[in-house]
Design a protein around this ligand. Structure first.
Ligand code: GDP
Ligand code: MG
Length: 318
Protein backbone atom coordinates (compact mmCIF):
# COMPACT_ATOMS: atom_id res chain seq x y z
CA UNK A 1 0.00 0.00 0.00
CA UNK A 2 2.66 2.50 1.09
CA UNK A 3 4.70 1.73 -2.04
CA UNK A 4 1.99 2.78 -4.36
CA UNK A 5 1.07 5.87 -2.40
CA UNK A 6 3.22 8.55 -4.13
CA UNK A 7 2.12 7.33 -7.53
CA UNK A 8 -1.52 7.47 -6.63
CA UNK A 9 -1.08 10.98 -5.37
CA UNK A 10 0.57 12.09 -8.64
CA UNK A 11 -2.26 10.51 -10.54
CA UNK A 12 -4.76 12.35 -8.48
CA UNK A 13 -2.92 15.62 -8.94
CA UNK A 14 -2.65 15.07 -12.67
CA UNK A 15 -6.24 14.19 -13.13
CA UNK A 16 -7.14 17.39 -11.34
CA UNK A 17 -5.19 19.41 -13.89
CA UNK A 18 -6.17 17.54 -17.03
CA UNK A 19 -9.58 16.06 -16.59
CA UNK A 20 -9.95 12.94 -18.66
CA UNK A 21 -12.95 12.97 -20.92
CA UNK A 22 -15.45 10.59 -19.45
CA UNK A 23 -17.05 8.07 -21.71
CA UNK A 24 -20.69 8.83 -22.31
CA UNK A 25 -22.93 6.47 -20.42
CA UNK A 26 -24.65 4.04 -22.72
CA UNK A 27 -27.93 4.54 -20.90
CA UNK A 28 -29.20 8.08 -20.33
CA UNK A 29 -28.69 9.12 -16.68
CA UNK A 30 -32.31 9.40 -15.81
CA UNK A 31 -33.83 7.91 -12.72
CA UNK A 32 -35.85 4.95 -13.76
CA UNK A 33 -38.87 4.11 -11.74
CA UNK A 34 -38.73 0.47 -10.86
CA UNK A 35 -41.83 -1.54 -10.58
CA UNK A 36 -41.41 -2.84 -7.07
CA UNK A 37 -44.16 -5.37 -7.61
CA UNK A 38 -41.84 -7.25 -9.90
CA UNK A 39 -38.93 -7.19 -7.50
CA UNK A 40 -40.81 -7.54 -4.28
CA UNK A 41 -40.75 -5.34 -1.20
CA UNK A 42 -37.49 -3.53 -0.52
CA UNK A 43 -38.40 -1.61 2.61
CA UNK A 44 -37.52 1.98 1.68
CA UNK A 45 -40.67 3.18 3.38
CA UNK A 46 -39.27 2.11 6.76
CA UNK A 47 -36.72 4.95 6.62
CA UNK A 48 -39.31 7.35 8.03
CA UNK A 49 -39.94 5.01 10.94
CA UNK A 50 -36.18 4.61 11.49
CA UNK A 51 -35.76 8.37 11.59
CA UNK A 52 -38.72 8.72 13.93
CA UNK A 53 -37.30 6.14 16.33
CA UNK A 54 -33.94 7.84 16.32
CA UNK A 55 -35.43 11.25 17.06
CA UNK A 56 -37.55 9.73 19.81
CA UNK A 57 -34.44 8.21 21.36
CA UNK A 58 -32.22 11.26 21.18
CA UNK A 59 -34.97 13.80 21.79
CA UNK A 60 -34.42 17.31 20.63
CA UNK A 61 -33.65 20.78 21.86
CA UNK A 62 -35.62 23.96 21.47
CA UNK A 63 -34.45 27.24 22.90
CA UNK A 64 -36.88 30.10 23.12
CA UNK A 65 -36.07 33.60 24.32
CA UNK A 66 -38.54 36.20 25.58
CA UNK A 67 -37.80 39.91 25.45
CA UNK A 68 -39.90 42.84 26.57
CA UNK A 69 -40.55 45.17 29.45
CA UNK A 70 -41.31 43.79 32.89
CA UNK A 71 -44.94 42.98 33.50
CA UNK A 72 -45.91 42.50 29.85
CA UNK A 73 -46.79 38.87 30.48
CA UNK A 74 -43.70 37.11 29.10
CA UNK A 75 -43.51 34.42 31.76
CA UNK A 76 -47.25 33.86 31.65
CA UNK A 77 -47.27 33.46 27.87
CA UNK A 78 -44.44 30.94 27.85
CA UNK A 79 -46.27 28.94 30.49
CA UNK A 80 -49.42 29.17 28.40
CA UNK A 81 -47.57 27.96 25.29
CA UNK A 82 -46.20 24.88 27.00
CA UNK A 83 -49.09 24.48 29.44
CA UNK A 84 -46.74 24.07 32.34
CA UNK A 85 -44.73 26.17 34.72
CA UNK A 86 -41.73 26.49 32.47
CA UNK A 87 -41.11 30.12 33.30
CA UNK A 88 -41.17 31.70 36.71
CA UNK A 89 -43.65 34.49 37.06
CA UNK A 90 -42.59 37.59 38.85
CA UNK A 91 -45.65 37.40 41.09
CA UNK A 92 -44.08 39.58 43.74
CA UNK A 93 -42.89 42.00 41.10
CA UNK A 94 -43.29 45.50 42.30
CA UNK A 95 -42.18 48.79 40.82
CA UNK A 96 -40.86 50.01 44.15
CA UNK A 97 -38.52 47.06 44.38
CA UNK A 98 -35.13 47.28 42.83
CA UNK A 99 -35.27 47.46 39.07
CA UNK A 100 -32.39 45.51 37.59
CA UNK A 101 -29.66 47.85 36.38
CA UNK A 102 -28.80 45.79 33.35
CA UNK A 103 -30.54 43.06 31.46
CA UNK A 104 -29.96 39.91 33.44
CA UNK A 105 -30.29 36.91 31.19
CA UNK A 106 -31.40 33.63 32.69
CA UNK A 107 -31.74 30.32 30.88
CA UNK A 108 -33.87 27.66 32.50
CA UNK A 109 -34.07 24.17 31.02
CA UNK A 110 -36.99 21.75 31.20
CA UNK A 111 -37.79 18.40 29.70
CA UNK A 112 -41.27 18.24 28.28
CA UNK A 113 -42.73 14.95 27.14
CA UNK A 114 -45.81 14.36 25.07
CA UNK A 115 -46.82 11.22 23.20
CA UNK A 116 -43.45 9.66 23.95
CA UNK A 117 -41.55 12.56 22.39
CA UNK A 118 -39.10 14.32 24.62
CA UNK A 119 -38.21 17.94 24.10
CA UNK A 120 -35.50 19.69 26.00
CA UNK A 121 -36.96 23.15 26.22
CA UNK A 122 -34.87 26.06 27.39
CA UNK A 123 -36.56 29.33 28.18
CA UNK A 124 -34.24 32.30 28.12
CA UNK A 125 -35.71 35.16 30.09
CA UNK A 126 -34.35 38.68 29.78
CA UNK A 127 -35.84 40.62 32.67
CA UNK A 128 -35.04 44.29 32.68
CA UNK A 129 -35.18 44.94 28.96
CA UNK A 130 -36.47 48.44 28.30
CA UNK A 131 -37.19 49.10 31.98
CA UNK A 132 -34.91 52.05 32.33
CA UNK A 133 -35.43 55.70 31.60
CA UNK A 134 -32.64 55.71 29.07
CA UNK A 135 -32.90 52.54 27.02
CA UNK A 136 -30.25 53.42 24.49
CA UNK A 137 -28.44 50.33 23.23
CA UNK A 138 -30.28 48.10 25.65
CA UNK A 139 -30.47 45.44 22.95
CA UNK A 140 -26.70 45.00 23.17
CA UNK A 141 -26.53 42.49 26.05
CA UNK A 142 -29.14 40.40 24.26
CA UNK A 143 -27.22 40.39 21.01
CA UNK A 144 -24.09 39.55 22.97
CA UNK A 145 -25.79 36.58 24.60
CA UNK A 146 -27.03 35.27 21.25
CA UNK A 147 -23.59 35.58 19.69
CA UNK A 148 -21.97 33.88 22.67
CA UNK A 149 -24.11 30.82 22.01
CA UNK A 150 -22.99 30.78 18.36
CA UNK A 151 -19.40 31.10 19.53
CA UNK A 152 -19.80 28.15 21.92
CA UNK A 153 -21.23 26.03 19.13
CA UNK A 154 -18.47 27.07 16.73
CA UNK A 155 -15.75 26.19 19.23
CA UNK A 156 -17.27 22.74 19.69
CA UNK A 157 -17.61 22.30 15.96
CA UNK A 158 -13.98 23.08 15.13
CA UNK A 159 -12.67 20.98 18.01
CA UNK A 160 -10.55 18.08 16.74
CA UNK A 161 -12.24 15.67 19.11
CA UNK A 162 -15.65 17.13 18.51
CA UNK A 163 -18.67 15.71 20.21
CA UNK A 164 -20.99 13.53 18.23
CA UNK A 165 -23.83 15.75 19.24
CA UNK A 166 -22.90 19.31 20.05
CA UNK A 167 -25.05 20.71 22.85
CA UNK A 168 -27.21 23.34 21.22
CA UNK A 169 -27.75 26.46 23.28
CA UNK A 170 -28.39 28.71 20.29
CA UNK A 171 -31.54 30.80 20.48
CA UNK A 172 -33.96 29.34 17.94
CA UNK A 173 -36.70 31.87 18.41
CA UNK A 174 -37.11 35.20 20.14
CA UNK A 175 -40.59 36.33 21.15
CA UNK A 176 -40.55 40.11 21.25
CA UNK A 177 -43.27 41.63 23.40
CA UNK A 178 -44.80 44.89 22.26
CA UNK A 179 -46.74 46.92 24.77
CA UNK A 180 -50.49 47.03 24.06
CA UNK A 181 -50.71 50.63 25.23
CA UNK A 182 -48.32 52.20 22.77
CA UNK A 183 -50.72 52.14 19.78
CA UNK A 184 -47.72 51.51 17.55
CA UNK A 185 -44.11 50.51 17.74
CA UNK A 186 -41.88 52.64 19.90
CA UNK A 187 -38.36 53.61 18.74
CA UNK A 188 -37.02 51.02 21.18
CA UNK A 189 -39.04 48.27 19.48
CA UNK A 190 -37.77 49.31 16.06
CA UNK A 191 -34.17 49.49 17.25
CA UNK A 192 -34.39 46.06 18.80
CA UNK A 193 -35.92 44.40 15.77
CA UNK A 194 -33.61 46.20 13.35
CA UNK A 195 -30.49 44.96 15.13
CA UNK A 196 -31.59 41.58 16.34
CA UNK A 197 -33.38 40.35 13.22
CA UNK A 198 -29.92 39.95 11.70
CA UNK A 199 -28.90 37.41 14.32
CA UNK A 200 -32.04 35.61 15.46
CA UNK A 201 -35.58 34.66 14.40
CA UNK A 202 -37.87 37.28 15.90
CA UNK A 203 -41.59 36.80 16.36
CA UNK A 204 -43.25 40.02 17.50
CA UNK A 205 -46.29 39.68 19.72
CA UNK A 206 -48.63 42.26 21.16
CA UNK A 207 -48.89 41.36 24.79
CA UNK A 208 -52.03 41.49 26.92
CA UNK A 209 -54.22 42.03 23.88
CA UNK A 210 -57.27 41.81 26.14
CA UNK A 211 -56.42 45.26 27.45
CA UNK A 212 -56.85 46.84 23.99
CA UNK A 213 -60.11 48.02 22.55
CA UNK A 214 -61.17 46.72 19.16
CA UNK A 215 -60.43 50.17 17.70
CA UNK A 216 -56.93 50.13 19.12
CA UNK A 217 -56.35 46.67 17.68
CA UNK A 218 -57.51 47.60 14.19
CA UNK A 219 -55.50 50.83 14.36
CA UNK A 220 -52.41 48.82 15.20
CA UNK A 221 -53.20 46.46 12.36
CA UNK A 222 -53.40 49.30 9.85
CA UNK A 223 -50.03 50.69 10.90
CA UNK A 224 -48.14 47.42 10.56
CA UNK A 225 -47.50 45.57 7.36
CA UNK A 226 -47.87 42.23 9.00
CA UNK A 227 -49.76 42.20 12.21
CA UNK A 228 -47.85 40.84 15.16
CA UNK A 229 -49.79 38.12 16.95
CA UNK A 230 -52.06 39.84 19.45
CA UNK A 231 -52.04 37.43 22.35
CA UNK A 232 -53.40 36.83 25.80
CA UNK A 233 -51.69 34.55 28.25
CA UNK A 234 -52.96 32.72 31.30
CA UNK A 235 -52.17 29.68 33.33
CA UNK A 236 -55.56 29.51 35.03
CA UNK A 237 -58.16 27.02 33.95
CA UNK A 238 -61.88 27.69 33.78
CA UNK A 239 -64.92 25.67 32.85
CA UNK A 240 -66.58 27.00 29.68
CA UNK A 241 -69.49 25.08 28.10
CA UNK A 242 -68.41 21.95 29.91
CA UNK A 243 -64.84 22.21 28.70
CA UNK A 244 -61.76 23.18 30.66
CA UNK A 245 -59.99 26.08 29.02
CA UNK A 246 -57.08 28.36 29.82
CA UNK A 247 -58.45 31.83 30.29
CA UNK A 248 -58.66 35.11 32.13
CA UNK A 249 -61.72 35.91 34.17
CA UNK A 250 -63.05 39.44 33.82
CA UNK A 251 -66.25 41.06 35.06
CA UNK A 252 -67.54 40.70 31.48
CA UNK A 253 -66.76 37.06 31.02
CA UNK A 254 -63.91 34.68 30.45
CA UNK A 255 -61.32 35.44 27.83
CA UNK A 256 -60.32 32.09 26.39
CA UNK A 257 -56.71 32.18 25.29
CA UNK A 258 -57.16 29.45 22.68
CA UNK A 259 -60.34 30.89 21.18
CA UNK A 260 -59.54 32.70 17.92
CA UNK A 261 -62.51 34.99 18.43
CA UNK A 262 -60.81 36.25 21.57
CA UNK A 263 -57.15 36.53 20.58
CA UNK A 264 -54.46 35.13 18.32
CA UNK A 265 -52.73 32.93 20.85
CA UNK A 266 -53.68 29.76 18.94
CA UNK A 267 -52.10 31.13 15.76
CA UNK A 268 -48.89 31.89 17.60
CA UNK A 269 -48.86 28.47 19.24
CA UNK A 270 -49.46 26.71 15.93
CA UNK A 271 -46.73 28.72 14.26
CA UNK A 272 -44.07 28.24 16.91
CA UNK A 273 -44.76 24.65 17.89
CA UNK A 274 -46.98 22.84 15.42
CA UNK A 275 -45.86 24.06 12.01
CA UNK A 276 -42.57 25.95 12.21
CA UNK A 277 -40.49 24.61 15.09
CA UNK A 278 -38.21 22.66 12.78
CA UNK A 279 -38.01 25.62 10.38
CA UNK A 280 -36.99 27.94 13.19
CA UNK A 281 -34.20 25.55 14.09
CA UNK A 282 -33.08 25.20 10.49
CA UNK A 283 -33.04 28.94 9.83
CA UNK A 284 -31.04 29.40 13.03
CA UNK A 285 -28.49 26.86 11.87
CA UNK A 286 -28.37 27.54 8.13
CA UNK A 287 -28.70 31.30 8.11
CA UNK A 288 -28.00 33.00 11.44
CA UNK A 289 -25.31 30.63 12.68
CA UNK A 290 -23.79 30.29 9.22
CA UNK A 291 -23.51 34.09 8.92
CA UNK A 292 -21.81 34.27 12.31
CA UNK A 293 -19.51 31.38 11.47
CA UNK A 294 -18.46 32.79 8.10
CA UNK A 295 -17.74 36.19 9.61
CA UNK A 296 -15.82 34.69 12.51
CA UNK A 297 -13.67 32.45 10.33
CA UNK A 298 -13.11 35.29 7.88
CA UNK A 299 -11.96 37.65 10.62
CA UNK A 300 -9.54 34.97 11.68
CA UNK A 301 -8.02 34.53 8.22
CA UNK A 302 -9.94 31.36 7.54
CA UNK A 303 -8.70 29.70 10.73
CA UNK A 304 -10.93 28.43 13.45
CA UNK A 305 -11.01 30.44 16.67
CA UNK A 306 -8.28 29.28 19.03
CA UNK A 307 -8.50 30.38 22.63
CA UNK A 308 -11.26 28.97 24.79
CA UNK A 309 -11.68 32.13 26.82
CA UNK A 310 -11.42 35.36 24.90
CA UNK A 311 -10.51 38.70 26.36
CA UNK A 312 -13.63 40.22 24.84
CA UNK A 313 -15.87 38.41 27.25
CA UNK A 314 -14.42 40.30 30.19
CA UNK A 315 -15.66 43.69 29.25
CA UNK A 316 -15.98 46.25 31.95
CA UNK A 317 -19.10 48.23 32.57
CA UNK A 318 -18.61 51.99 32.73
P1 GDP B 1 -43.32 39.40 32.77
O1 GDP B 1 -42.67 40.32 33.75
O2 GDP B 1 -43.28 39.99 31.41
O3 GDP B 1 -42.77 38.01 32.82
O4 GDP B 1 -44.87 39.32 33.16
P2 GDP B 1 -45.68 38.20 33.97
O5 GDP B 1 -45.93 37.01 33.12
O6 GDP B 1 -45.01 37.98 35.27
O7 GDP B 1 -47.09 38.93 34.17
C1 GDP B 1 -47.22 40.16 34.84
C2 GDP B 1 -48.68 40.37 35.25
O8 GDP B 1 -49.50 40.50 34.09
C3 GDP B 1 -49.27 39.21 36.04
O9 GDP B 1 -50.10 39.72 37.02
C4 GDP B 1 -50.10 38.45 35.01
O10 GDP B 1 -51.18 37.75 35.56
C5 GDP B 1 -50.56 39.55 34.09
N1 GDP B 1 -50.77 39.07 32.72
C6 GDP B 1 -50.02 38.18 32.03
N2 GDP B 1 -50.51 37.97 30.80
C7 GDP B 1 -51.62 38.78 30.67
C8 GDP B 1 -52.56 39.00 29.63
O11 GDP B 1 -52.48 38.47 28.53
N3 GDP B 1 -53.55 39.90 29.89
C9 GDP B 1 -53.67 40.54 31.09
N4 GDP B 1 -54.68 41.38 31.26
N5 GDP B 1 -52.80 40.35 32.09
C10 GDP B 1 -51.77 39.46 31.90
MG1 MG C 1 -41.16 37.23 33.85
Amino acid sequence: MSKGFPETRTDAAMSELVPEPRPKPAVPMKPVSINSNLLGYIGIDTIIEQMRKKTMKTGFDFNIMVVGQSGLGKSTLVNTLFKSQVSRKASSWNREEKIPKTVEIKAIGHVIEEGGVKMKLTVIDTPGFGDQINNENCWEPIEKYINEQYEKFLKEEVNIARKKRIPDTRVHCCLYFISPTGHSLRPLDLEFMKHLSKVVNIIPVIAKADTMTLEEKSEFKQRQESMPFAVVGSDKEYQVNGKRVLGRKTPWGIIEVENLNHCEFALLRDFVIRTHLQDLKEVTHNIHYETYRAKRLNDNGGLPPVSVDTEESHDSNP
